[in-house]
Design a protein around this ligand. Sequence first.
Ligand code: TRP
Length: 323
Amino acid sequence: MSGMRSTGRLHIGHLFGVLEQWVEYCKTADAFFEIADLHAFTTGFTEPQAIRDARNEMVVDWLAAGVDPSASTFYLQSAIPEIMELQALLAMITPVSWLERVPTYKGQIEALGQEIATYGFLGYPLLQLCDIAAFRGERVPVGRDQLAHLEFGREVVRRFNYLYGEGVEVLVEPQATLTEAAEVPGTDGRKMSKSYRNDILLADDEATTVEKVRSMITDPQKIRRHDPGHPEICPVFALWKLVKPAHVPLVEETCRSGALGCVQDKGDFAEALNAYLRPIRERRKVFAGDIPQVERIIAEGSEKARTVAAQTLADVRRAMKLT
Ligand code: TRP
């Protein structure tokens, strides 16, 4: 089980960090992928229309990346009342201090301001646990930034099973599975992120991609074309490893020796990236042109997800003697 907040179009950081792993999960696991629109509300509650618009854009990107809805379940968080019911029930046993201790809580308030310090935002990791626990999710592919949320969730599950399980694991402790490329650098060398405006979108056209790659920072000590470079600190080099590993030894050698200049390298890289993204972008166009189909995929997945979540909730209610 995994999910993404519906906050907009996806970039290649999502592709290499998460979506390619989702594609693999579809082949081997009974996977659930969530449009976390309620989580989007925790920080974006003043903009419901933006959250609504982002829903289909995001799913179009999932489909473009090759995540297969016929081999997995796409669902909309807000369409599953059982998730919110579970949140209300687990809230009874969740110490506020555990929530306050999660690093993203204070960190995000510092970054985004006191306005987001709502009850809902404090409960973000609990809601996330409910997303997972409602489906008894065992493995959760996420980036490093989500590990604290998973650890918090495991503690709540342990507490629930200890208090009400009578020796049975009513809820399952979820395990995070990290991707190697969980942190993809953006054009400025920081982690790729929409809020840093350093991203390259799946939805970008080829000319925009070339422009963005041209603007990328490289090794600041490589000033003239023939200066020897240090690929280990260059974000273009880091992206080469993801886009075309076979080409990496040549880039590394010629960059270090000074034979390869940054302008040339970026031109080559933009071409390789566009070639890599071409089939994804073609699929994207097809799905973006058929929104009714996208909405059908979400509706059908949500219906299926509800059936599964209802089972878990029945067990939770029984364990809590709420029948
Ligand atoms: N918090 C996750 C993020 O910001 C998104 C998310 C919501 C999620 N619910 C989830 C991830 C459940 C994994 C499982 O990226």
